[in-house]
Design a protein around this ligand. Structure first.
Ligand SMILES: NC(=O)c1ccc[n+]([C@@H]2O[C@H](COP(=O)([O-])OP(=O)(O)OC[C@H]3O[C@@H](n4cnc5c(N)ncnc54)[C@H](OP(=O)(O)O)[C@@H]3O)[C@@H](O)[C@H]2O)c1
Length: 163
C-alpha cells in the first residue's frame, strides 16, 4: 500500500478541513500517479473535494462510521478491519492512502511507500502527518530537486519502510 501527502516543514497537512496550499504541479502528479487506481480516504477528505464528489477515473474507498452515509460513486467502509477484504475487489490496481490526518495515522503501518510532497514553508495547521524522519522504520530513498510553482517551493520525496 502507498500513501501520498503534501506536508509543510512541521508536517502540517491541513487547516479548517482544507489543504494548506494548492500546488498545481503537485495536483497534476497526484492525478497522474493515482489515475486508474484506488484511493482510500476519510469522509472529511471526500467532502473537501470539489462538489464533495469522487475524483474521476479512480476507485474511492471512503471510511465513515455513519452507516446511513451515502457517497455517490464510492465504496464505503465502516470498519478499518474490513479494508483488506474490500481491497480484494480491486486486485491488480495500486492502492493509495489519500488522507486525511486520521486515515494516514491509522494506515501508515500498512504502507510501504510514502510519496511526500515537502513544502518548504510553514503554515498555520490543525491536522498533521507523523514526522517520518523521527520514525526508525522509514528512510528516504529518493529526494527530488527543489521545484517552484506559484511562488511555493517544494520537493517530491519518497520514503520507504525499511526492509
Ligand atoms: N496535505 C495533504 O496531502 C492532505 C490530503 C488529504 C487531506 N488533507 C487534509 O486533512 C484534513 C482532514 O483530515 P481529518 O483527519 O480531519 O479527516 P479525514 O481523515 O479525512 O476523515 C475523518 C473521518 O473519516 C472517518 N473515519 C476515520 N477513521 C475511521 C475508521 N477507522 N472507521 C470508520 N470511519 C473512519 C470518520 O468519518 P465519520 O465522521 O463520517 O464517521 C472520520 O470523521 C483536511 O484539512 C484535509 O484538507 C490533506
Amino acid at each position: 500500500m502507498n500513501l501520498m501527502v503534501a506536508v509543510d516543514e512541521q508536517w502540517g497537512i491541513g487547516k479548517d478541513g482544507d489543504l494548506l496550499r494548492r500546488i498545481p504541479t503537485d495536483m497534476k502528479r497526484f492525478r497522474a500517479m493515482t489515475m486508474g487506481n484506488v484511493l482510500i480516504l476519510g469522509r472529511k477528505t471526500l467532502e473537501s473535494f470539489p462538489n464533495k464528489k469522487p475524483l474521476p477515473n479512480r476507485e474511492h474507498i471512503v471510511l465513515t462510521q455513519n452507516l446511513a452515509y451515502h457517497g455517490e460513486g464510492v465504496t464505503l467502509c465502516h470498519d478499518i478491519d474490513d479494508l483488506t477484504q474490500l481491497l480484494k475487489k480491486f486486485d491488480g490496481k495500486e492502492v493509495f492512502v489519500a488522507g486525511g490526518g486520521s486515515v494516514y495515522q491509522q494506515l501508515l503501518p500498512l504502507c510501504q511507500n510514502a510519496y511526500i510532497t515537502k513544502i518548504h514553508d510553514i503554515y498555520p495547521a490543525d491536522t498533521f502527518f507523523p514526522n517520518l524522519d523521527e520514525l526508525p522504520d522509514w528512510e528516504i530513498v529518493d529526494e527530488g530537486e527543489v521545484l517552484e510553482d506559484e511562488g511555493v517551493k517544494f520537493s517530491f520525496v519518497l520514503y520507504q519502510r525499511k526492509k
